[in-house]
Design a protein around this ligand. Sequence first.
Ligand code: SAM
Ligand code: SF4
Length: 337
Amino acid sequence: MSAAPPHPGVLDDRYGRVARDLRVSLTDKCNLRCSYCMPAEGLPWLAGPDLLTDDEIVRLVGVAVRRLGVTEVRFTGGEPLIRPGLTRIVAAVAALEPRPRISLTTNGIGLDRVAPALAAAGLDRVNVSLDTLDPDRFARLTRRPRLPDVLAGLAGALAAGLAPVKVNSVLMRGINDDEAPALLRFALAHGYELRFIEQMPLDAQHGWDRAAMVTADEILTALGDAFALVPDPAHRGAAPAETWLVDGGPARVGVIASVTRPFCGDCDRTRLTADGQIRNCLFATEESDLRGALRGGADDAELARRWQQATRGKRAGHGIDDPTFLRPARPMSAIGG
Ligand code: SAM
Ligand code: SF4
């Protein structure tokens, strides 16, 4: 491990990793209540004045892109589609030089209506979260009867050219863990790319149980009973999903085994929360306040310096399996998943 100072123009850490993929949370609020993410009653939301304004978000993304080598910007939340300024923010980020690739992680509700405007503004692609194809299950799992809206959102994204349209699915034992093959059949039939994500200890209500988690191995066994899967390591790159060619390809399925096969050694992410805090890891227990610096008059060079400093503190791994593991104080919905 080197204690060398950061390299100018990049977000490098002490382990030689370089962050080029920025996740920006646009809000901590959401119109669903997925049980692995939020309690039924919601959460104490961030106060309005604490949220970055649209202009502040664009300025900070600009610092990351123009001064720190960030090439990928993903908007998330909470539910990013409920942020009124989303299209404007996307357009302003698409106008940055060099232009980053821009994507969105969303629950898909309302996406059919805004997908054309988002594509026109410069959004390149979307990931839509969908854990079940059964309307009753969907209503139980998310506590809202909105499956038709999500399906319409997926179709709208494809029609607007936001491809590849990816579908993110989390399986929960006894709830939807029998649906892996059905979800893959659905994705193949519509031309979506499906990725399963292992459930992580990031729910606000601390209900995660390692022993009950549906593992990547279980998911692959279930898929392997219904499809011929061939590993496709060339496709992985820095992305966390391990991918498999389905029935000879070209269709693929991915599994993000964050818990059982952590990919921390290849992590290239940095995160900005809706209230302007830098997080160097989903599981970080510390944050760096860029909002205070920005509102205190810091120039772009100073903001970049602080971002680099925050990145130097990134730990080697998340340590979920360590006895000393500490959950982050914020849940996934407030960090930006
Ligand atoms: N609301 C948007 C959505 O659902 O796509 C964006 C935010 S959500 C926090 C981002 C992703 O995190 C979703 O794909 C969701 O399924 C996933 N997620 C939320 N809580 C999780 C958990 N405890 N473990 C694994 N994935 C989780
Ligand atoms: Fe909302 Fe996404 Fe969390 Fe579900 S996973 S409650 S859609 S933020």
